[in-house]
Design a protein around this ligand. Structure first.
Ligand SMILES: [Zn+2]
Length: 245
């Protein structure tokens, strides 16, 4: 993002989202994660840019994620909108997610900025280092709203590097790790449990398998991705993908 700005380009949230998900897909081809990018119409309805499905057998834990990019002024300027309810989109994400059985999340796209401390030790045991693992960070909508600010300086304390979503997968499996992330970092008593995969995810999974079988790349358009080999390094590899551009 910083490099783009230096040549006079401002990358949109959509472009950053597609780049990040595409890079994850390329780095981790397999079967345990499905990403479904939302259409504009779908985003307007449920407030999410994409769905993340962590799959175990025929069941999965679904996340709906809304992405916001950092701007040069040190704010996530599109986090709130003018009008009587600046958090209309956030409220929609939360209520539509709850109604459909998803965990809602925010994803922030970051770059080094004087208003934010992108440092500190890695909170997990993996070998990732600051500042690069802050490139994409996750936060919980209720905590985002409570901060009541679009400023990086205010929001930084409620963010987590996104690899932490699945950090403990070697110990707990993918869904167990994400559930632990929701309950501990989201300060919740329980997370929405895994459920039957909806049709579009089963279809996406099938498309992936057949495309893999045929040797074609299914990665443009829908991003389907996952892991077959359950190593810590691979799961935590989510954190390496976008970095600071
Ligand atoms: Zn980790």
């Amino acid at each position: 993002m910083r490099k783009a700005a230096s040549v006079g380009l401002s990358l949109s949230e959509e472009t950053l989202t597609e780049c990040a998900l595409y890079n994850i897909a390329v780095a981790h081809q397999g079967t345990d994660i499905v990403v479904d990018l939302a259409t504009k119409a779908a985003e307007a309805k449920h407030g999410a840019d994409w769905e993340w499905w962590l799959v175990r057998g025929k069941k999965g834990l679904g996340f709906r994620v809304q992405a916001k990019r950092l701007f040069a002024n040190g704010r996530y300027s599109s986090l709130t909108k003018p009008g009587p309810n600046p958090y209309l989109q956030l409220d929609k994400l939360v209520s539509a997610s709850a109604g459909a059985g998803f965990e809602p999340l925010y994803c922030f796209f970051n770059f080094l900025h004087s208003h934010g401390q992108f440092n500190g030790p890695n909170l997990c045991k993996h070998s990732y280092r600051a500042p690069s693992f802050w490139g994409c960070s996750l936060a919980f909508p209720d905590q985002v709203k409570k901060v009541n600010s679009t400023k990086l300086s205010q929001l930084r304390s409620i963010m987590y590097p996104w690899h932490m979503l699945v950090c403990e997968s070697a110990k707990l499996d993918l869904i167990g790790a994400a559930t632990r992330f929701v309950t501990t970092r989201g300060q919740r008593d329980h997370a929405i449990g895994p459920r039957e995969l909806p049709f579009h995810v089963r279809r996406a999974d099938r498309a992936w398998r057949s495309a893999t079988y045929c040797g074609r790349s299914p990665l443009l358009g829908r991003c389907l991705l996952g892991y077959r080999r359950h190593t810590r390094r691979q799961y935590c590899g989510l954190g390496r993908v976008p970095g600071f551009a």
